[in-house]
Design a protein around this ligand. Structure first.
Ligand SMILES: [Zn+2]
Ligand SMILES: [Zn+2]
Ligand SMILES: [Zn+2]
Length: 138
């Protein structure tokens, strides 16, 4: 099988396969856009409680399976990582786009995060670039 199954993905990240992990990961795999906690909750059909979903999302972030995207209203969005991320090491060097019209958050994988020139003594750890505007569906 060439396609990485949800089970394989979990095992590769040293996670045991549980119902909630499987289901939530499937939701992310079906979806190209970023999802908020509430989107995940809706798509699981209220099968899991908020705490379970929250913990599962946190675990996925820690393990390098999904990454977070900050939004203007402080609602964190989550999106699936590409293969090179691992536990504690995210390498998602792409920018994010939030459409003002349809509110969809996109991972623009082809657009590399630009370098920033910081003053001497400042060391960047994470550069999150979020661009807002109108997407190609609108
Ligand atoms: Zn990542
Ligand atoms: Zn749009
Ligand atoms: Zn992304």
């Amino acid at each position: 099988m060439s396609v990485d199954t949800v089970d394989n993905l979990l095992k590769r990240h040293n996670l045991s396969v549980t119902d909630s992990r499987k289901k939530i990961l499937e939701i992310f795999k079906e979806q190209n856009n970023a999802l908020a906690h509430s989107d995940v909750e809706k798509r699981t059909g209220e099968k899991f409680d908020r705490v379970t979903i929250y913990r599962t999302l946190q675990t996925f972030v820690e393990k390098g399976i999904i990454h977070t995207i900050p939004t203007a209203d402080n609602a964190v969005m989550y999106a699936l990582c590409k293969d090179e991320c691992s536990a504690g090491h995210h390498h998602d060097k792409h920018i994010h786009f939030i459409c003002d019209n349809c509110n969809t958050t996109y991972c623009l994988d082809s657009v590399v995060t630009p370098e920033v020139n910081l003053p001497e003594g400042f060391k960047p750890k994470l550069i999150d670039v979020v661009v807002t505007g109108i997407c190609d569906n609108c």
